[in-house]
Every structure is written in C-alpha cells, then in structure tokens.
Ligand binder design. Structure first.
Ligand SMILES: Cc1ncc(COP(=O)(O)O)c(C=O)c1O
Length: 503
C-alpha cells in the first residue's frame, strides 16, 4: 500500500520501535503489558486483529472468562435477596462486587454508594428522571457530552429548569475557563442546579479540569461527572474529587461482561432524587388498597429496578481485580506514550506535495487529553476521504476503528464547523419523518460541502507499539491518493478492497 515517492518514507513512516522508546522511555516501564498481551489477549494477534476502538468497548483478558466460568461452575446461585442458601450466596457476591467497585474508585462507603445499572446510559437516566428539575433551577452541560448526557435536557425542560450549553471552542475543542466560570455564576444556589461534563470527551479526548467539580459545588451546583470514557485508562480517585454522580459502563474498562454499568452516587445528593416510579427490587412495602402507599428501600436498592444482572456482577469484581493487578497507572502511562507518538506521527505524515495527510480534531499534544484521537485523512488537495470507505479499507487490513459522530454531536458540530442554521435544515420544518444519519450526512455534504463524520482511534489496556505502527502504515498508504479516485471505486462489502494508484 505504500508509495515510495511519499515524503521520503518507504513502508512505515520512518520511525522504529527503538526511536519510539528513545523518545518515550516511560513505555519500557510498562513492559509487563507486553507479556500480558501474549498471555491474556493472545487472540488479538492470533486472529490478526489491530484493535483501536477501546473507547467503543474494552478488551477482556482470557483469565476473566476462566475465573467467571469457574465461579459459576463451582457454585449454585439463585436470585438474590431471599434467605435460602443459593440466594444468600448470590447476595454475598453482589454486595462483594459493590464493595469492590467503591474500593476501586477509592470511594468512602459512608460518602458514596454504587448502584448497578445496565450501562452508563442507564445510570444517567436514573439521575435525569429523578433530579428535582424545577423553574429557577438549571441544567448546564458542556458541548462535548455524550448523547446520553444530552438527553437529560429533556427531563430538565419538562421540569421547567433552564438548560444552558457551555460551548467548546477552537481547534482543540476545549472550554474557555472564563466562560465556564460565568455559567457557574448564573445559578441561584438556593435552587436545584445540575452541571454535567465528561472527565474525558469520547470524541476529542479532551480531559476537562477535575477541579471544576469542587468549583461548581461551591457555587451551588450538583455535579455529574461522566467517567465512561475516562475510567478505562485514568485513575479516578473519589477521595480526591467528589462529584455527586459518576456514571460508568464496565465493559469499557475491562471488556467483559457487557450489560453492567453503575452510578456512583454521593449519598447526600442521592437523597434529593425523586424516583418517578417503583418496581420490584426497589420497594420496602407497597399497598394496592392504598394506591399512593409505598416505601422505597433506602440507598442503592431503591434505584435498582427489578432483578440485577446478578450472575454477571461477580465478573465485575473479577474484572476490577484484573485491572488492579495490571495497574491503572501502568495502563495510563502506556497509552499516554503510544497516543503521544501516534498524534505526532499522524501530524507529520505528508503527501509528496507537502500537504498534510491527517487533520486532528482536538488537542494536538498529550497535555490534558486521553488516548482517544479523532481525525480526518486528507488527500493531496486537502479533501477528506470518505470516512465510511476508510473504515471498510481499515477493516480489510484487520484494523477496527470507529467512524461517525460517536454520539457526541457537540464536538462534531464544532469540529466540522457546522452552524446552527446548517443543522436546522434537518430539524426545523423537516417533512417526511426522522432524519437518519446517512440522510443527514448527504444533506450536509450537498448543502455545505462539509463532511459531518469523523474517524476515531482509541487505545486501551492491551494496546502495543505494533497496533499503532500498523495504523500509521495504513494511513501512510493513502499518500498521494486522490479522494475522488477513491470515491469512484465501488465500496466492497467485505474484504481486501484495493486502493487506486497514487495520483
Ligand atoms: C463519555 C460517554 N458517556 C456515556 C456513554 C454511554 O455508554 P453506554 O453506551 O455504555 O451506556 C459513552 C459510550 O460510548 C461514552 O463514551
């Protein structure tokens, strides 16, 4: 796929592993993960996969599966919360998992509780539907939130609270600190005010200052810190910062199991939530003759609707133990080195005419950012290649990356300079039912010439140098290739789509 005439590089873009470690010596201190990759994540190399979608979903270690299966095989478990032996055994494991989650995030059980949910979105919905949004109160949120945080605005509106977005700006997609402070100052401290922001944007990788949590609380805000994209490769210490609500999905941290997330909630703020309904599992007692009579269970139990995903909860404890053994700080150091190198090398890629091959959306260095990188690949005239085609081509090379808007419309709108009035054509007065993403994409392309879709690579627990080098080789393969020539080729449904000749 490489083109010899491109900027003096032949196969990979110039640099070798020894160049890399010379520049990032801290990487060698994470060498234990290379052994782990072979022992625990060997399927990636055995099956020829270059996995670069950790922000989409983490990868599981083989021992997690073995340990979980052994636990299930060697025990007899029933639905928790009864007094029979199989139920009691399960209840013990559920509570053990809850304690393990709190310990992993260094959360004082007197201060925090962990509510098990289906995923981070389930945790966010619990907050949205029960937060006392009222006239006079506010819901403020940064532009770069995931849609599951954006969706809380519908509850806020319904309750009569004022909804305010805090924009991200510039090519690095960060928030202006003065503007942030101005938004905080708008709250009436006597009202119920909720601020939501991601500890790490799942689009740009931006890591907002965690000091915002205490700043906002001091000005009368409750703070929802979305840690879904942050927690897999960064230490979140709830003794050091104390947000009121932290939603998470465990599959993003350790791959298995899916279908379990949690809401870490500060007990004192949890007490002001008003659940809109009750269900089996959440009720102390209810009466059918007295229609309005019911008591919710106190604490986490009052928020866990129905039967929790009980057989999978021990797998959460197993996953946390695994990550603890590897070391969150080791994982962090490793992906920080790899992402720094990837960012720099991607920015250095050039066509023969000197034009850049990549454009990064978000911070250009590793200062206050995580290992999630959004970008376009550009042709020699600066035209982005069709990201859908790139995803297929990457797939044909065994590379799993993600394209689209990643459920993060705010970062997307700013990154692609999509104006409100340009977005409006898909919403205001639109006839003919909901606009799906493909139609939105074509409408924006046709009317503005802009491309409202992005590529993203993200690193995680099992990432290594070879993964990043493979991706750079892939990107370099587009050197001197014309976007129109690529577009004119039919999209192959499956594998091994050839690139056109370089222009
Ligand atoms: C920052 C962020 N928040 C929330 C979510 C929602 O997670 P889930 O789909 O597991 O509910 C995601 C998922 O990608 C995310 O990246």
């Amino acid at each position: 796929m490489a083109n010899d005439q491109c900027a003096g590089w032949t196969t990979a873009p110039g640099h070798t592993y020894s160049d890399f470690v010379a520049e990032y010596p801290a990487y060698t201190e994470t060498a234990a993960i290379d052994d782990l990759r072979a022992a625990e994540y060997g399927r990636l190399d055995r099956l020829g996969h270059v996995y670069l979608d950790y922000t989409g979903g983490g990868q599981y270690a083989a021992s997690q599966l073995r340990d979980h299966l052994a636990l299930l095989n060697d025990g007899v478990y029933g639905n928790p919360h009864s007094n029979n032996p199989t139920s009691l055994a399960m209840t013990e494991l559920v509570e053990q998992a809850r304690a393990a989650v709190l310990a992993f995030f260094n959360a004082d059980p007197a201060e925090y509780t962990a509510i098990f949910t289906q995923n981070a979105s389930g945790a966010l919905k619990l907050v949205g539907e029960a937060y006392p949004f009222q006239p006079g109160g506010r819901y403020a949120l940064t532009f770069d939130n995931h849609n599951s945080v954006n969706g809380i605005r519908e509850y806020a509106r319904r309750g009569g609270a004022t909804v305010r977005y805090i924009p991200v700006r510039g090519s690095d997609l960060r928030v202006d600190p003065a503007l942030f402070a101005a938004h905080l100052a708008e709250a009436d401290p006597a009202a119920h005010n909720l601020l939501a922001f991601p500890a790490q944007s799942n689009f740009s990788g931006v890591q907002h200052p965690l000091a915002w949590v205490a700043d906002a609380q001091a000005r009368g805000w409750d703070v929802l810190l979305d840690a879904a994209a942050f927690a897999p490769t960064n230490r979140l210490d709830l003794a050091a910062i104390q947000p009121d609500f932290v939603p998470l999905s465990f599959y993003k941290i350790f791959g298995y199991p899916t279908g379990v997330g949690c809401l870490l909630a500060r007990r004192r703020t949890l007490a002001k939530l008003q659940r809109p309904w009750f269900a089996g599992g959440t009720i102390a007692i209810a009466s059918v003759q007295g229609e309005g009579w019911h008591y919710l269970l106190p604490g986490a139990a009052g928020f866990e609707d129905g039967t929790v995903n009980y057989l999978n909860l021990p797998a959460v404890e197993i996953g946390l133990r695994h990550i603890t053994r590897v070391g969150v700080d080791t994982i962090h150091a490793r992906v920080h080195c790899l992402a720094g190198w990837l960012l720099r090398e991607l920015q250095a890629l050039r066509h023969s005419n000197g034009a850049p091959l990549a454009h990064i959306f978000g911070p250009q260095t590793m200062d206050d950012r995580g290992a999630t990188i959004a970008f376009y690949l550009l042709d020699p005239t600066g035209q982005p290649y069709d990201v859908r085609r790139l995803e297929l081509l990457a797939g044909a090379s065994g590379i799993s990356l993600r394209t689209g808007c990643f459920c993060n419309p705010g970062d997307g709108e700013v990154a692609h300079d999509l104006r409100r009035e340009e977005m409006a054509q898909c919403f205001v007065g639109h006839q003919g039912g909901p606009v799906l993403f493909a139609e939105f994409y074509e409408t924006i392309r046709r009317s503005t010439g802009k491309t409202p879709s992005t590529m993203r690579v993200s690193l995680g627990v099992a990432s290594n140098f070879a993964d990043v080098a493979s991706f750079l080789d892939f990107a370099y393969g587009f050197c001197d290739i014309d976007a129109a020539a690529l577009d004119s080729q039919p999209i192959a449904s499956g594998h091994h789509q050839a690139l056109p000749d370089a222009a």
